[in-house]
Design a protein around this ligand. Structure first.
Ligand code: AHG
Ligand code: MN
Ligand code: MN
Length: 313
């Protein structure tokens, strides 16, 4: 069998390519990797341990919080804190950002601890999304300032996908050795794909250009796929091409997805894989966020598919 590089090796090797590296970024990534393994292990046993079901709380975005949301949030927060490399930690599940006491910490980390919460109880792929910035006097920075972003998908296999330095790499978990192994080096998304992904039940509330695109798609050889976990829908789009849409609609004028935890990290990953992401017509990465839990509409995927949608505006 070919020797497969572990995520840990890979992170340390990347660090050696940087003369100025102090090891701080690698350390942070290794702690995120560790939290991912802990969350993955609980997701894998979710029917057996007391982790499924609602917690009885609602979060900042008025979503029902699941027990696994809380577990994943605690696992990530504690792990990132333990790394001592983050000065600010912000999560979809926490009302305000946590300012740590690490005075010299260089990084700010934002995450959606558990994406696709409504799929937990029915054994459908879910995920975790993270985004890393350099510390700045401004807590909310534009997405373009992200120095790394990634996601973990808990599916038939568990994968850790991340982008740094304009490249996107994917690692698949091998439970027999407890490591993520490099399985998808330098992911490039197809220029065009034949899958569109949108919650079409909301069709009547969509803006006209989205309705027109959906009608157009039905006249072509395109297929529809919609998991309802953004990580899974974007992961498929990244590998197979096509487009994932969560537009604004008359119920939610800014869409549903959160800029800091979902839209920006996925936009950076897609862009660095050669794809495209837009909020209405320009890149989400250029938006100056105004609040922690702000939402933005999103069209993301193969460049040609995104351009096809924009042609209906
Ligand atoms: P979360 O579980 O982190 O709150 O995110 C759920 C999001 C996203 O994963 C998915 O794309 C979207 O909600 C699905 O929303 P609809 O049920 O409105 O289609
Ligand atoms: Mn989410
Ligand atoms: Mn979530």
């Amino acid at each position: 069998m070919k020797y497969a590089k572990t995520l840990t090796d890979f992170i340390l090797e990347e660090e050696r390519n940087f003369k100025e590296a102090t090891g701080s970024f690698s350390l942070l990534m290794l702690y995120i990797e560790q939290a991912a393994k802990v969350i993955a292990s609980h997701v894998g046993r979710s029917g057996l341990v007391d982790i499924i079901g609602a917690s009885g709380y609602k979060n900042q975005s008025n979503d029902d919080v699941q027990k696994l949301d809380i577990f994943a949030n605690t696992a990530l927060t504690e792990s990132i804190r333990a790394s001592k490399q983050a000065g600010l930690i912000a999560s979809e599940e926490m009302e305000s950002a946590l300012i740590t006491n690490e005075k010299n910490a260089k990084y700010a980390v934002f995450f959606d601890p558990l994406d696709g919460s409504s799929n937990i109880d029915v054994n459908i792929s879910i995920g975790t999304i993270f985004s890393i910035y350099r510390m700045n006097e401004r807590a909310l920075q534009k997405g373009i300032k992200q120095i790394a972003a990634g996601y973990i998908i808990y599916g038939p296999s568990i994968m850790f996908v991340y982008t740094c330095e304009n490249k996107v790499h994917g690692f698949t978990y091998d439970p027999s050795i407890g490591s993520f192994l490099l399985s998808h080096e330098n992911i490039r998304t197809p220029e065009k794909g034949n899958i569109y992904s949108i919650n079409e039940a909301y069709y009547n509330t969509f803006p006209q250009y989205i309705q027109k695109y959906v009608q157009y798609a039905k006249k072509t050889d395109m297929k529809l796929r919609y998991v309802g976990s953004m990580v899974s829908d974007v992961h498929r789009t990244l590998l197979k091409g096509g487009v994932f849409m969560y537009p604004q609609d008359t119920r939610s004028p800014d869409g549903k997805l959160r800029l800091m935890y979902e839209v920006n990290p996925m936009a950076l990953i897609m862009q660095n894989a050669g794809g495209m992401a837009v909020c209405e017509s320009s890149s989400p990465l250029l938006i100056q966020p105004t609040h922690l839990h702000e939402r933005q509409p999103l069209l993301i995927g193969s460049t040609q598919n995104v351009k096809d949608i924009l042609s209906f505006i």
